[in-house]
Design a protein around this ligand. Structure first.
Ligand code: ZN
Length: 284
């Protein structure tokens, strides 16, 4: 049986604007609709940021995240993930505010950024004590941390601050974010270095920014990993051609995965591949 490859969709993010693409989902209805379309196309995980429905600006509003989760869960079983970093560089949010939607809503997973960095010209603060605090609380809540690795040093951060002290039971799910200015340069050689630095049992995906979404994403699939697509990271289906929906980017990933001789993981399969944490109940 060929390997199952998981596709995550990140439909909106906090940086992409309507000026860049008119197809960006902004309102809860649009984000929910794009998520359902992406699920129908083959995505098994959705990574969510909240947007102010009127202005399109990023927000940390628990109520908007709640609308997303309620709407998505009513319509499809996709695995849900909430950011804990999105507002940090763009909004200058404090550590408690960044975590509040996870605390209140208990998604299946939340991103956990594995170190501080310059994100473009902005500071993206993720010091060890915050990584530890977020990780401990996620374990208590039954939320799977996804470690966002922006550079080789961040694999070491996870090892030293989280893995060795046993704060989160292993294995881990990791994302290699490649192409952010201030993070690791987006090259094949660097991807290989990242992959070779992870423990074997960990799962991982490539988040390639811009045109690297598919080049490094596909390299990651060939190296045994998974892929994230969506407007948070890339708005183009091909050079100069805007994707009209996140689902078009998912469909492209599906075509490539199948052409390479792999299969696309269903939500059920992704649930057994990922180190998700047991939850006593799903929040309403
Ligand atoms: Zn994000």
């Amino acid at each position: 049986m060929s390997r199952k490859v998981m596709i995550t969709v990140a439909p909106t993010g906090s940086v992409t604007t309507r000026a860049e693409t008119p197809y960006l989902p902004i309102t809860p209805e649009e984000v929910i609709e794009e998520t359902v379309r992406s699920y129908n196309a083959g995505a098994s995980v959705v990574h969510l940021h909240a947007r102010d429905p009127d202005t399109g600006a990023p927000t940390s509003s628990v109520e908007i995240f709640r609308m997303y989760l309620d709407g998505i869960r009513q319509r499809c079983p996709i695995i849900t993930q909430i950011t804990t970093g999105g507002g940090a560089a763009t909004l200058g949010l404090g550590y408690e505010e960044r975590f509040r939607p996870v605390e209140e809503l208990r998604p299946d997973s939340a991103s956990l950024n594995a170190g501080s960095m310059n994100f473009g010209r902005k500071l993206f603060p993720n010091p060890p004590e915050v990584m530890e605090r977020y990780a401990k609380r996620m374990v208590e809540l039954g939320v799977m941390p996804e470690f966002e690795i922006y550079d080789l040093s961040m694999i070491q951060n996870v090892d030293v601050w989280i893995r060795k002290p046993g704060i989160v039971p292993t294995p881990y799910q990791n994302s290699f974010v490649m192409g952010v200015l201030g993070g690791i340069p987006p090259t094949f050689k660097n991807l290989l270095a990242l992959v070779e630095s992870l423990p074997d049992r960990d799962t991982w995906q490539v988040i390639g920014i811009g045109r690297h979404q598919f080049t490094l994403g596909v390299a990651g699939i060939l190296l045994g990993g998974n892929i994230r697509v969506g407007f948070e990271d890339n708005i183009y289906l091909a050079k100069g051609v805007l994707a009209r929906s996140n689902a078009e980017l998912v469909e492209k990933a599906v075509r490539i995965i199948r052409e390479l001789g792999f299969e696309v993981a269903s939500v059920e399969e992704a649930r057994s591949i990922l180190p998700l944490r047991p939850q006593e109940r799903h929040p309403q």
